[in-house]
Design a protein around this ligand. Structure first.
Ligand code: 5GP
Length: 218
């Protein structure tokens, strides 16, 4: 049963945060994200738009909204994307509407985006952003995990290996870094980060009113 890990008193209004998880493909980010979403009802996944073809097992509207290039370009030009980037020759972007609505309503949003998108969020929305980089336990383990994925062709795997070191080179731009030795431990670490970040004074926008009410009773 998922619970809302929301330690602030119910009547203190809080602004939502954007929790970004980035990593090279195969470092365990998708599994960590799924377990976090299962366990915490206070955070929802941002569904990106992408021009890449749908993979077997993926669901439109759940994994991504799959759109064509002209539609992607239209959205980017119309300012409908919070950030966007080209990854492995395909375009990916985060639709703005749902994210802004969630943050304003005090709900947190989880993003599975790359370093390029994270940089854009850091420039445009630093105070709402909490960024976490997931590292694999070793280069050998990352290679093994990439080879054990059935969905992708040898060419795609080779591409991802080449891209992995580029992605990893951005680790120091993130607020937190987790080495994924053990999935459960990594999920617990992300939950601990989320719990602490939710308690940040600046996110508890209703604090002043609450404190005034406490003082008035004294
Ligand atoms: P995949 O094609 O394997 O689902 O994702 C490839 C890469 O694109 C991953 O590193 C993922 O984090 C990144 N990605 C997915 N959605 C977005 C997005 O909306 N924006 C950015 N910048 N990167 C994304």
């Amino acid at each position: 049963m998922p619970t809302t890990d929301h330690p602030a008193p119910k009547d203190i209004r809080r602004r939502g945060l954007m929790l970004v998880l980035s990593s090279p493909s195969g470092a365990g980010k998708t599994t960590i994200s799924r377990r976090l979403l299962d366990r915490d009802a206070g955070i929802t996944m941002s569904v990106s738009v992408t021009t890449r073809p749908m993979r077997p097992g993926e669901q439109p509207g759940v994994d991504y909204d799959f759109i064509d290039m002209p539609e992607f370009e239209r959205k980017a030009e119309a300012g409908e994307l919070l950030e966007y980037a080209r990854v492995f020759g395909n375009c990916y972007g985060t639709p703005k509407n749902r994210v802004e609505e969630a943050l304003g309503a005090g709900r947190d949003v989880l993003f599975d985006i790359d370093w390029q998108g994270t940089q854009q969020l850091a420039e445009n929305a630093r105070t709402d952003l909490v960024s976490v980089f997931i590292l694999p336990p070793s280069g050998e383990e990352l290679e093994r995990r990439l080879h054990s994925r059935a969905q992708d062709s040898a060419e795609v795997i080779a591409q991802r290996m080449a891209k992995a070191s580029d992605e990893i080179s951005h680790w120091a731009e993130y607020d937190y870094v987790i080495v994924n030795h053990d999935i459960e431990e990594s999920v617990a670490s992300v939950q601990a980060i989320l719990r602490a970040e939710r308690l940040k004074r600046t996110r508890q926008v209703g604090l002043q009113k609450f404190v005034q009410a406490v003082q008035a009773a004294l």
